[in-house]
Design a protein around this ligand. Structure first.
Ligand SMILES: [Zn+2]
Ligand SMILES: [Zn+2]
Length: 287
């Protein structure tokens, strides 16, 4: 009963056509597919859609949705960035008008931008290992803990913002900050400060009443674990936070990548249910 709602066809940094993702989702035995290209942002960024591209994207997804109506559910989403007002003062207004104004079926609310890089541009936490090391060394003067706490502090603010969006929302890749932490070379997830930072976010998510995503893309990277990992998923289960499985596919063949592992992880920590999109928003279905 799994759908796949975190997919990037070739409108942002992903590849493949919308039709390719639909065919791949059907072949994988999924019950629905949603596409979630990176929404435009009001500054230069080479991995998000431009405003012009976004208009084409919306038209193309709506056309595919119509073509498949009654045969296979296709949903129009975006992966939308939390843009902290201190970082991008016009961010929320831009998103309201340009991204959310035309109507979407859902959104993956994600945090990539945490503060500024040494050149003063919004810095993305997942850009590259080199970029992470440089950010920690320069902007944070070697204090990785402060960088990570900034990430989770911003994620707390994302949660309050996400609940105000006029579409069904899922919080994307919660612990993305660990992407380059292979072998825990930057920080230990067992450290009390790390656990406490995560716990504060989980409390905020629970209070906001929004689901989180178990994102399998980390399984395809050197970190070799989903976002979030097992101990956080166990805490989500204990807190009663609903979960949506997402692949974060950037090519059609990954539309269900890692879903068997994700299902096993969710079952192991006690989840019996997941969510799929329906006309009225997220609906609970057996795992
Ligand atoms: Zn993302
Ligand atoms: Zn993504």
């Amino acid at each position: 009963m799994l759908g796949s709602y975190h997919n990037h066809p070739g409108y942002c940094d992903g590849s493949g056509s919308i039709e390719d993702y639909i065919e791949a989702a059907r072949a994988a035995g999924l019950v629905a597919v949603g596409v979630s290209s990176h929404a435009p942002v009001p500054f230069a960024c080479d991995w998000t859609m431009t405003v012009e591209r976004f208009a084409q994207y919306v038209a193309d997804v709506r056309a595919a949705q119509t073509a498949w109506r009654g045969r296979f559910p296709v949903w129009l989403g975006v992966e939308i960035d939390y843009l902290d007002p201190a970082l991008v003062p016009n961010g929320a207004a831009f998103q309201r008008e340009v991204v959310l104004g035309g109507g979407l079926d859902y959104a993956v609310a994600s945090l990539h931008f945490v503060g500024r890089d040494p050149e003063g541009r919004p810095w993305a936490v997942d850009e590259s290992d080199e970029s992470f090391a440089r950010q920690a060394a320069t902007v944070y003067c070697g204090d990785v803990r402060r960088l990570v706490e900034d990430y989770y502090g911003t994620l707390e603010r994302l949660t309050s913002w996400a609940r105000t969006l006029p579409v069904p929302v899922v919080v994307g890749h919660l612990d993305k900050v660990k992407q380059w932490n292979v072998g825990e070379r930057y920080f230990s997830e067992s450290a009390s400060w790390y656990r406490e930072a995560v716990e504060r976010v989980l409390a905020a998510i629970r209070a906001a009443g929004v689901p989180i995503e178990v994102n399998t893309s980390g399984l395809r990277r050197p970190i070799g674990a989903p976002y979030p990992g097992e101990w956080i998923m166990r805490r989500c289960r204990e807190l009663g936070i609903p979960v949506v499985v997402g692949a974060d596919a950037h090519q059609p063949g990954d539309v269900a990548a890692g879903f068997v592992a994700a299902r096993e992880l969710l079952a192991a920590v006690g989840y019996r249910e997941t969510l799929v999109l329906g006309a009225a928003g997220w609906e609970t279905v057996p795992l």
